[in-house]
Write a protein that binds this ligand. Structure first.
Ligand code: GLU
Length: 537
């Protein structure tokens, strides 16, 4: 804020005549609305410009197309006004207040998102000067991609998003599909069964080397041989078309609503045309009995190559990576896509084997789970913080994107993202963009209760996905259902009842949600509650 603005703000504070904050409410919830409103009320005249609201959200990683704020921004647009007052703000912010409060009070996982993205922009500009590397040409269609294509996208576990460069362009995901196929196989069969067929060690050889481990299995699921085996474990019972639909459906869930993954038939045909090495691997593995019983070689190969021929944008890939960072929950939709156990195994594999035969060096220097593909995409995961995607087709001698690796290196030079940076706190010049997280279960329960009182279904679903028990109460024994009823949040009541919330649970004054509803004379809510579940039942 400029000095002038600050002076103006002070004098306005002094007069406090029209300020929204001047009539400070005693109600703590009301105070939150007032605080947020005042924060954006730069002229302290009781009006906030719609532009200022958009700027404030964008600085924190929420543009109007972001699923986390889309509904709120649509309501804002629907008002067809340039400025709004506090009652109007309250009206439209009601179901989104928790995210807004978090965003404005420094409660998001990267509180100073603008500063963070400014530093990313510098890294991007620096890497853009690097014109080393060669675009992969062993699959002819890949050789046609313009080498100067360049994009970087990030998505945090709070769904804050930012991109630079050609972030909307679609590219061939190639080997960056491998972590996802591996997770799907783990979900379907469990770790023991999957690892009967594929190892967990770096191969120390090129990604398509014809070599197996001493059990006659491929070394790991991140190289071609291993991914061909994990592909054989992905829904082999389905007809080929449905099998592929299933895979792309999972990819869609991983990237939430940031876009729709597509299949590039030309890449697939080109890949199929030049797949001798992959066929050689498959026959070699069949001879060594690496595959599960009853697998069908040609169908498996087709499916493997189809998965590599999916196209996505860097924005979508960053969100998919953020889903891994968020232990399997998509940060933009709140949907659980993979179990946290599968994601843990996948990140371990990415850490040791994700960057071809540069993986050991990468783990030493960079120390973040990552995966690259010959299409020039690199995904990086900082667990509990963010997912990132860099797309730049020219590859180094190992097959990793030159600019992708450079940015990864720069990231850990700047931030304490290396897994073991936590050990060198004092001497390190690196910074930590993270909020100091004290996010305990108790805090989550409290947030759930507050979300219930505000009817914030988006936040309620997100917390449920994190495993918060909807029947937990606060120290007064007030559960989310009590609060949803007390505040007349019919949709939230409906939601809790459908999720099996106990309708007869008593708070410390002995009151149940049903009694509360009767006191409020809310017939619609009474009706919903009467169909609900009892604590004994
Ligand atoms: N489809 C490519 C192949 O099988 C994937 C290679 C890669 O990205 O590592 O050769």
């Amino acid at each position: 804020m400029s000095a002038k603005k600050t002076t103006e703000k002070k004098s306005a504070e002094a007069s406090s005549a029209k300020s929204a904050a001047s009539a400070k409410s005693k109600d703590p919830q009301e105070q939150i609305y007032q605080r947020i409103f005042s924060y954006m009320d730069l002229d302290m005249n009781g009006l906030v410009s719609v532009e200022e609201i958009h700027n404030t959200l964008a600085a924190r990683g929420y543009t109007p197309d972001n699923q986390r704020v889309r509904e709120f921004c649509e309501k804002l647009k629907g008002l067809k006004k340039d400025k709004i007052d506090l009652p109007t703000f309250k009206e439209i912010a009601r179901n989104h207040i928790i995210l807004l409060e978090k965003a404005l009070s420094g409660g998001l996982v990267i509180p100073d998102f603008q500063k963070f993205t400014e530093q990313l922009e510098t890294m991007f500009a620096e890497a853009a000067k690097n014109d080393g590397g060669q675009v992969a040409d062993y699959i002819p269609q890949l050789a046609k991609v313009p080498p100067e294509s360049f994009a970087l996208s990030v998505c945090t576990v709070d769904g804050q998003r930012w991109s630079i460069g050609e972030s909307g362009e679609f590219f061939s995901i190639q080997s960056t599909s491998k972590p996802f196929s591996y997770c799907i196989a783990l979900e379907a069969h469990g770790r023991d069964k999957v690892h009967k067929h594929v190892g967990r060690e770096p191969s120390g050889q090129r990604f398509n080397e014809i070599v197996l481990n001493r059990n006659g299995n491929p070394h790991n699921p991140m190289i071609n041989a291993g991914a061909i085996v994990t592909s054989s474990l992905v829904r082999p019972e389905l007809p080929p078309a449905e099998r592929f639909d299933f895979f792309i459906g999972v990819i869609q869930k991983l990237c939430g609503e940031t876009g729709e993954p597509v299949f590039n038939n030309a890449v697939y045909l080109s890949e199929k045309e030049t797949a001798d090495r992959n066929y050689a691997l498959a026959y070699f593995m069949r001879e060594n009995k690496s595959f599960p019983k009853n697998f069908e070689l040609q169908e498996t190969m087709d499916f493997y190559m189809q998965c590599c021929s999916v196209e996505m944008s860097s924005e979508m890939m960053a969100t998919a990576a953020a889903t891994l960072a968020f232990a399997g929950i998509c940060p933009t939709t709140g949907e659980r896509v993979f179990s946290s156990g599968a994601v843990k195994d996948c990140l371990s594999m990415m850490s040791s084997c994700g960057m071809y035969d540069y993986s050991g060096e990468f783990a030493f220097r960079v120390g973040m789970p990552a995966k690259s593909g010959v299409g020039g995409c690199v995904i990086i995961v900082v667990p509990n913080l963010l997912g990132m995607c860099i797309w730049s087709p020219p590859l180094d001698e190992y097959g990793n994107s030159v600019r992708g690796v450079q940015i990864c290196q720069e990231l850990v030079n700047t931030y304490n993202f290396h897994t073991y940076d936590s050990l060198i706190k004092t001497s390190s010049k690196k910074t930590d963009p993270r909020m100091r997280q004290t996010s305990s279960q108790a805090q989550n329960i409290w947030t759930m209760i507050w979300a219930a009182s505000q009817g914030d279904l988006d936040e309620i679903r997100r917390l449920e996905a994190l495993g918060v028990d909807i029947n937990e109460g606060d120290y007064d024994g007030r559960t989310p259902l009590h609060l949803a009823v007390a505040e007349g949040q019919a949709a939230a009541v409906q939601h809790f009842v459908s999720r099996g919330a106990h309708v007869d649970v008593k708070d410390r004054w002995g009151e149940t949600p049903m009694q509360e509803a009767k006191r409020q004379k809310r017939d619609d809510i009474i009706k919903t509650l009467s169909g609900g579940k009892k604590s004994g039942g």
